[in-house]
Structures are given as structure tokens and as C-alpha cells.
Design a protein around this ligand. Structure first.
Ligand code: ADE
Length: 238
């Protein structure tokens, strides 16, 4: 999978792209992330990438010329997505759709915004990672890259771990425990130590359902619980 990122702060991404899952996926050649700095395409003596807004107002706006030039030079995979709080909100369905493509590109906005001609004539769509305002799109780009690439074929060691998890099943995950069996007087639920796989699976489903009902009932909106799910909710196996 190839992901091209356009940012005037390439160093913002460097450490994160080298670490952990992303670093391993890139080293293994499963993920090809290319970071482009539009400042290299600025033509004025100060290499400026931003300017004051027409009509006045606070802050600076990213200029169209360096952004168009950087994208045209790279000929990046499409869609080219502008990260902006004005876009539709990222969710796991969008993440999954992006993971099923051979590649896509991200353009990081900055400051007060990006010249609207970039939005209209260069980018294919906008995407927000949530209803809050960041200083720029770089952190959002990392969120998208991490969420998508862990679903890309060959990135996660254990493929089933992505299938079982929250937002793929439509439910939150059940709680997880590791050794020791008792820590500061808090014991791991006995069922998990029973060795009875059917009972453990049932307990996990009940926990996942119960947590979703209690914490994220919005995830269940428009979905009627099946009779066996209602039965599970009433169970008290611990
Ligand atoms: N840039 C600034 N805020 C953002 C957000 N919430 N999502 C994506 N890009 C952004």
C-alpha cells in the first residue's frame, strides 16, 4: 500500500512513521509512505507557503501554488484527501474502505486554512478525525495512516486480531487480562482460567454486549438485539 503525505512539517511525521507497527510495516515493504514538503516548491525568495487571507481576518492561509506544484510533481495515488475539521468524520468503515485500496494521499492543512482552490480543484475529498480543532492536519494524517495500515494485508501479525475488535464487530471489546492471576488482591475472572473455551467465548460476548449497552448505546442504535443476545445480557457468569 502506498500513502503519500503533503506537509510543510515533514519532521512531524518522521518518528511516528519509524516506530512500532508502522516502522515494521515500512521496513518489511508492505507499506510505502512518501512524505512531500510543499515548501520545496515555493518560488519566492522566502520560500513562503502561506499568506494573509483576502478580505482580512486572523491567521494565515496556505497558498495554492506550492501545494499544486508538490502534488503535480509527485503524481500521488488518489484519492487525495485534505485533512480538515470541515470534512466528514473518520470511522472504522471509512478506514476499512481505505485499507481495501492500493493507496491514497493525504494533504495536511495548517494555520487558519488552505486556499479554497486547493479544496475544490486539487483534493478529491476532505476528512476530519473528530469534532475538535488541531493546529494542523499532521496528527490527523498519522491517525489515518495508523488506523488504515494495521488493516492492510500483511501488516498485523495476527490477522484475526483486527477482525474481532471493536467497530468491526459493532461492539466494544470484552476486558482483557494477563498474568498474574491475582494482583494486589484483584483476581482475573475465574471463567477465564477455567479452560472451558465455549464458556469463555460466551462470557466474552456477554461482556462485549454489556459494555456496549452501558458505554456506547449509540453503536447499537438501529440494531435490534437478537434473542440470544438478550439472554446473554441477563447472564451473570463471572
Ligand atoms: N485539522 C485540524 N483539525 C482537524 C481535525 N479535527 N481533523 C482533521 N484535520 C484537522
Amino acid at each position: 500500500m502506498r500513502v503519500d503525505v503533503f506537509t510543510i512539517f515533514p519532521e512531524y511525521l518522521t518518528g511516528a512513521l519509524d516506530a512500532s507497527l508502522l516502522g515494521r510495516a515500512r521496513a518489511a515493504g508492505v507499506l510505502d509512505v512518501r512524505v512531500h514538503d510543499p515548501r520545496r516548491f515555493a518560488t519566492d525568495p522566502h520560500r513562503s507557503v502561506d499568506d494573509t487571507p483576502y478580505g482580512g481576518g486572523a491567521g494565515m492561509v496556505l497558498r495554492p501554488e506550492p501545494l499544486f506544484a508538490a502534488v503535480e510533481a509527485a503524481d500521488p495515488p488518489r484519492p487525495l484527501i485534505l485533512l480538515s475539521p470541515a470534512g466528514p468524520r473518520l470511522d472504522q468503515a471509512r478506514v476499512r474502505a481505505l485499507a481495501d485500496t492500493p493507496g491514497f494521499s493525504l494533504l495536511c492543512g495548517r494555520y487558519e486554512g488552505v486556499d479554497e482552490r486547493v479544496v475544490e480543484h486539487l483534493c478529491d475529498e476532505e476528512l476530519s478525525i473528530g469534532d475538535y480543532v488541531l493546529a494542523g492536519g499532521e496528527a490527523a494524517a498519522l491517525v489515518v495512516i495508523e488506523a488504515v495500515s494495521r488493516l492492510a494485508p500483511g501488516v498485523l501479525g495476527n490477522e484475526s486480531s483486527a477482525e474481532h475488535e471493536s467497530f468491526t464487530t459493532g461492539l466494544l471489546e470484552e476486558p482483557q487480562y494477563t498474568r498474574p492471576a491475582e494482583f494486589r488482591g484483584w483476581a482475573v475472572p475465574a471463567v477465564l482460567r477455567s479452560g472451558d473455551h465455549a464458556r469463555i467465548a460466551r462470557w466474552g460476548r456477554a461482556q462485549a454486549l454489556r459494555r456496549t449497552v452501558q458505554r456506547r448505546p449509540d453503536l447499537l442504535a438501529g440494531r435490534t438485539l437478537a434473542p440470544d443476545e438478550v439472554a446473554l445480557l441477563e447472564e451473570t457468569d463471572d
